[in-house]
Design a protein around this ligand. Structure first.
Ligand code: URC
Length: 315
């Protein structure tokens, strides 16, 4: 359709597309105590007979972007997510075949890969109980960091990591908190607990070459204890999980006197699928990126002084 512009010259609407970008969907599938995760970022772009909405403002051909988002969540429940490709094919076919004016659908999907955190039985598991398999670490390397300070006398070595993303798909609750007139958060008795770990730990090494820790072994062991504590802790809050992660390091690693964590609570909200006639039995989640709770604390060996700065970004 050609419309005169303000200057009287003809103006054409060129290529156009629309849809909801970056719908973050996490789908948990349960196979007894073994959980499987699919974590996608889905962007829908639809095009077709969309001149009127641009030119006259009639929305008669417009399937709302909000609906395309809902479709992603509903399909995650109804059809599951076997692979990003299959999921995308399903969505694209649905939009083009169910809506006359939509002639083309482009579905872009990013998939975030997760690996299981293996938890050896240290004797605390109930007899006969299986290894819990609901703890995951995001694939890809975290960043390892260290800071060394020397004033000619005293040494201080603080090492750590950032961007280690972990998730428990069950064994997390949050309830019994203060409720004032502004509190709307529903109590949770089975929620996802996920965080992007930023941690620092201070060594008690005083500069003697003969007692220098094996820094690489220490790092690997700290990382292992941290992950296992995250996986093993039946969590009533991220604060409690943080403390367990720090305590496990202090307990197992004599070379470390102090640990500090900064843990963003990566909220996963259950999607309400009732409007589409579907039950959501803790299967389909919206992974929100902000705002996020930010839980920070130091865990110390008894009798030692805290020296790691409160704000880890200042380290
Ligand atoms: O583990 C949590 N700790 C909190 O302090 C908190 N606050 C909140 O809203 N959700 C959570 N979760």
């Amino acid at each position: 359709m050609t419309e005169p512009s303000r200057e009287g010259r003809p103006v054409l609407l060129g290529q156009n597309q629309y849809g909801k970008a970056e719908t973050r969907v996490v789908r948990i599938t349960r196979d007894g105590a073994t959980h499987h995760i699919k974590d996608l970022n889905v962007s829908v772009a639809l095009s077709g007979d969309m001149e009127e909405v641009h030119l006259s403002g009639s929305n008669a051909n417009v399937l709302p972007t909000d609906t395309t988002k809902n479709t992603v969540y509903a399909f995650a429940k109804e059809h599951g997510i076997e692979s990003a490709e299959r999921f995308g094919i399903h969505l694209a076919r649905h939009f083009v075949t169910s809506q006359e004016p939509i002639e083309r659908a482009r579905i872009r999907i990013e998939e975030y890969a997760w690996e299981r955190i293996e938890v050896p039985d240290t004797g605390s598991r109930a007899p006969g109980a299986d290894e819990p398999r609901h703890s995951f670490v995001r694939k890809g390397q975290e960043t390892r960091v260290t800071q060394i300070t020397y004033d000619g006398g005293a040494w201080e070595v603080v090492s750590g990591l950032k961007d280690l993303v972990v998730m428990n798909s069950t064994d997390s609750e949050f309830w019994g908190y203060v409720k004032d007139r502004y509190t709307t958060l529903p109590e949770a008795h089975d929620r996802i607990l996920a965080t992007r770990v930023s941690g620092r730990w201070r060594f008690n090494w005083t500069g003697d070459e003969r007692s220098m820790p094996d820094w690489d072994t220490s790092y690997e062991q700290v990382r292992k204890h941290m992950l296992q504590a995250f996986a093993d802790t039946y969590s009533l809050s991220l604060q409690q999980t943080l403390y367990q992660m720090g305590a496990r390091i202090i307990d197992h690693r004599d070379e470390i006197d102090e640990v500090r964590f900064s843990l963003p609570n990566k909220h996963h909200f259950l999607v309400d699928l009732k409007p589409f006639g579907l039950e959501n039995d803790n299967e389909v989640y919206f992974a929100a990126d902000r705002p996020y709770g930010l839980i920070e604390a130091t865990v110390l060996r008894d009798g030692r002084e805290p020296r790691i700065p409160v704000d880890l970004t200042n380290l």
